[in-house]
Design a protein around this ligand. Structure first.
Ligand SMILES: [Cu+2]
Length: 342
């Protein structure tokens, strides 16, 4: 199956097969890559209690954008009024520590574990693992298919999340995210809920904090600095993921709704469903081939995809996973969380 998706931001399992090409492009100097690695942030390795749920009142808000910087083809516009019921949403993306508790409690195996591989962004790979990679995605050759990569071995067999327990879990598919939410008595946010929460109470601003990417030169999120895809100078402090509570939260108390990791939403992705959808608690089309993701990731760069804007969207098939996609949980306002995470 060939899914017609905005594809630069994360790699799809649908691309595995004919779209994969046998070799990483040799123009990428391995020495540069190796130098980039020590820039990966160290973390306290703490528990990373990202599960705090924030109650939001809902009501009417302006969703989408007609911004000239936006991507009309992604269905970002037009701006329309959407009305939401009250709901709750997590202040942070689900951490490795939290996902570990889930996996240990249930024995759940993620799609990446079942397939035996996941897509890793090339700069994150240790030299030795990189040497074993035989497949990269043809059109987006920074995505390398790494055998053994999964949420607890994010760069393949020789890696671990032990020093990143407070980072967002990655290499989780939509299926894996939904399974976690079910276990926790929660659910994924709808795209409308996600965007309402990510805007943090601001009206039609480009980012969760306003219209200026770096107010007074200050980095507000974990995205790409440098030349994509081979030189990330990590001016914001991070080459890969950052701990979930890095950078200042938005007006509603949500961390990192721009950058760090893409976040799965409940909805099937459609470029135009919202043109004819109900404006009250919209849930996306009833079927589709790819699930919506929001927020952009540590790989987003203005020159390339500029999808860390709060109205930006992308999508991937529900079984796809990569090193820059995670999720945060939501709940109905009156629901009671289950399990040890409550
Ligand atoms: Cu992107």
């Amino acid at each position: 199956m060939k899914a017609n998706l905005p594809s630069c931001c994360s790699a799809s399992r649908a691309a595995a097969g004919d779209d994969l090409r046998p070799d990483p492009p040799d123009e990428w100097n391995r020495r540069d890559l190796a130098q980039a690695l020590p820039l990966k942030p160290e973390s306290g390795g703490g528990g990373g209690s990202g599960s705090g749920m924030i109650g939001l009142a809902g009501g009417a808000f302006l969703m989408g954008t007609d911004d000239r910087e936006g991507f009309p083809d992604d269905g970002e516009g037009p701006v329309r009024e959407v009305t939401l019921s009250p709901f709750r949403i997590a202040s942070c993306a689900v951490t490795n520590a939290e996902y570990k508790r889930f996996a240990e409690a249930t024995g759940y195996r993620t799609d990446a574990e079942k397939f035996g591989w996941s897509f890793v962004f090339h700069l994150l790979l240790p030299e030795e693992t990189a040497g074993r990679v035989r497949q990269v995605v043809q059109k987006t050759p920074w995505w390398w298919q790494v055998e053994g990569a999964c949420w607890h071995r994010p760069e393949g067999p020789d890696s671990t999340v032990a020093d990143r327990l407070d980072h967002p879990v990655v290499h989780v598919s939509w299926n894996d995210a939904a399974a976690y939410c079910r276990w926790a008595g929660k659910r994924l946010p709808t795209e409308a809920e996600w965007e309402y929460a990510a805007r943090g109470g601001l009206v039609q601003k480009k980012y969760p904090w306003g219209d200026v990417l770096k107010p007074e030169g200050k980095h507000m999120c974990n995205i790409w600095q440098g030349k994509f895809p081979d030189k990330n100078n990590a001016a914001d402090g991070y080459v890969g993921t950052a701990p979930v509570q890095s950078f200042a939260p938005n007006g509603y108390g949500l961390y990192q709704t721009s950058g760090n990791v893409w976040e799965w939403c409940a909805d099937w992705f459609s470029r135009d469903h919202h043109l004819r959808a109900d404006s009250r608690d919209p849930r996306g089309p009833s079927r589709g081939t790819a699930k919506a993701m929001r927020g952009g990731s540590f790989l987003c760069h203005r020159s390339y995809c500029n999808r860390y804007r709060v109205a930006a969207r992308t999508a991937n098939t529900p079984d796809s996973s990569s090193s820059n996609v995670g999720f945060r949980c939501a709940m109905d306002a009156d629901a009671v969380p289950a399990g040890p995470l409550s």
